[in-house]
Structure formats: structure tokens, C-alpha cells
Design a protein around this ligand. Structure first.
Ligand SMILES: C[S@@+](CC[C@H](N)C(=O)[O-])C[C@H]1O[C@@H](n2cnc3c(N)ncnc32)[C@H](O)[C@@H]1O
Length: 250
């Protein structure tokens, strides 16, 4: 089984933390094959590589189109037997996957789009086995302030700064964005213990498009993202926060 996945600069830092967390989980559990739930896993950009690493992955997502793409992608990769796609949503997670059933739950890019993020996190915590781990990626408010200001949308930037939900107004497509204390508080209120917090997509969303044309630049950007994720100072301007949290063993 491969022990590591490397992908795109947008997700490189996430994979770095995820690989470390999975290695620890395998060590503690004594198993090399983990039961993974990918809540809002969509078309399988994480689920399929995880299955290629040898893990069993259940994607729970309300979008039939995304699930159809997931099945195609899993089939193309030869891992259809390891990937299950279930149409469902965060509110019904426990009824789909069951309590105490997962070693690892991914919740990437979901908390900022759903109706009730607090109860979704409680569901995530409940479906983890004791000492199981969740990987949460959520949009970060202050990066959006920077992006709006740099694009010259100063009134939107100003509203984003103080809006209780981190939105720029009624036309904002996202229902909310998080700051670090708010996200941590949500996870700890769900009974999870925060292990690590990293900032992700510190640079990728803002670099010149031409960087994508040169493989050496892409590799350099990926390395830069990994390095920046380790610096707490960059969290405040990262497009998203990545939190690794654990359910208490007892
Ligand atoms: C921004 S995408 C993230 C996809 C994937 N997790 C990733 O990181 O690439 C948000 C995903 O959340 C799903 N979603 C939307 N509402 C949801 C809900 N109530 N419960 C679970 N997933 C939801 C969407 O269908 C979509 O696949």
C-alpha cells in the first residue's frame, strides 16, 4: 500500500497533514486499512486517492451528479469495491453510516455551505470510533477580506470584516466563513480534541495563472504551501483552515 499521496498545490498541505494523521491512526489501531467517511465528499477528489491507498471510503453527499462522477472516477482508478457513494446529507449522517463506525471522517468545504454546522459536527464526532480522527477544512474569513480589498471591492471587504457570519452581503454565495477561534470552539463543543490547525491555500488562490503552465512552478508552489501551512502567522490570511481533531479514546 502506498503511504503517501501528493496532489495539487491547492490540496498539497491538506494531504500532508492527512497522511501524517492516517499514519498515526494505522499505528495506534494496528490496522493498515482504515474505515473513512467523506462527508460532502462530492466527486471523490479525496475519496478515490484514499481508496487507492487501500482504505475503505464512504462518501455521503446530497448531489447525484457529484456521486455519478465519484463512481466513474472510482471505476477508472480500479477501486470501485473500496468506495461507496451514498446520497445523504450532514443532518442524516448518523443514520447513513452509524455511530462509532469510522476511523477517519473528512469534512472538507462543507461547514461553510450547510444549514446547521454545529449539529453536523456533533454527527461527525458521534460517528467516529474512540480515538478516531476528523479532518475539517473550512473557509476562512480574513482571506476573503484581503481578496475583496485587493480586487477593489472595498465596501464588501469592510462588511466581511465585521459581519457575524463572515459574509459580504446578500449576494455572497457562502452562508458563512470561519475564523480560527470560532472553528475551534465548534469542534471542542462537539466533544473533539483539536490536535493541529494549519492554514491552507495561503497563496494558490492569488498567484498568477501562468504559474500553472510550468511544472517546476507548480512544484515550487506546492512546496511553498506546505511550508506556509506550518507557520501559524499565515493562518489569518489562508483561504481555508485545516483542523485535525480527535475523539477522546475513553
Ligand atoms: C465545496 S464542495 C467540497 C467537495 C469536497 N469535500 C472537496 O473538498 O473537494 C461542497 C460539497 O458539499 C456537498 N454538500 C452540500 N450540502 C450538503 C449537506 N447538507 N450535507 C453534506 N454535504 C453537502 C456538496 O454537494 C459538495 O459536494
Amino acid at each position: 500500500m502506498a503511504d503517501r499521496v501528493r496532489r495539487h498545490p491547492r490540496t498539497e498541505a491538506i494531504w500532508t497533514q492527512l497522511n501524517t494523521a492516517m499514519a498515526r491512526l494505522c499505528e495506534v489501531s494496528g490496522r493498515s486499512r482504515l474505515d473513512v467517511v467523506d462527508l460532502g465528499g462530492g466527486s471523490g477528489t479525496f475519496a478515490v486517492p484514499l481508496a487507492e491507498l487501500g482504505h475503505r471510503v464512504t462518501v455521503v453527499d446530497p448531489s447525484p451528479n457529484a456521486l455519478a462522477t465519484l463512481h466513474r472516477r472510482a471505476s477508472d482508478a480500479g477501486v470501485d469495491a473500496e468506495v461507496a457513494g451514498v446520497q445523504g446529507d450532514a443532518a442524516g449522517l448518523l443514520s447513513v453510516v452509524g455511530a462509532n463506525s469510522a476511523d477517519l471522517v473528512l469534512c472538507h468545504g462543507v461547514l461553510e455551505v450547510i444549514d446547521e454546522p454545529d449539529s453536523a459536527m456533533a454527527g461527525v464526532a458521534a460517528c467516529l470510533r474512540p480515538a478516531g480522527v476528523c479532518s475539517v477544512v473550512a473557509a476562512q474569513r480574513y482571506a476573503a477580506v484581503f481578496a475583496k480589498a485587493q480586487a477593489g471591492h472595498l465596501a464588501d471587504a469592510r462588511r466581511l470584516l465585521d459581519d457575524p457570519d463572515g459574509r459580504w452581503g446578500p449576494s455572497d454565495p457562502l452562508p458563512r466563513r470561519f475564523d480560527e477561534p470560532g472553528l475551534i470552539s465548534m469542534l471542542t463543543s462537539s466533544g473533539l480534541q483539536v490536535v493541529e490547525v494549519h492554514g491552507v491555500r495561503v497563496f494558490t488562490d492569488g498567484v498568477a495563472g501562468s504559474v500553472g503552465d510550468d511544472p517546476a512552478d507548480v512544484a515550487a508552489l506546492a512546496e511553498l504551501e506546505i511550508a506556509a501551512a506550518r507557520h501559524p502567522a499565515f493562518r489569518a490570511v489562508a483561504a481555508a483552515l485545516h483542523v485535525i481533531a480527535r475523539r477522546n479514546p475513553a
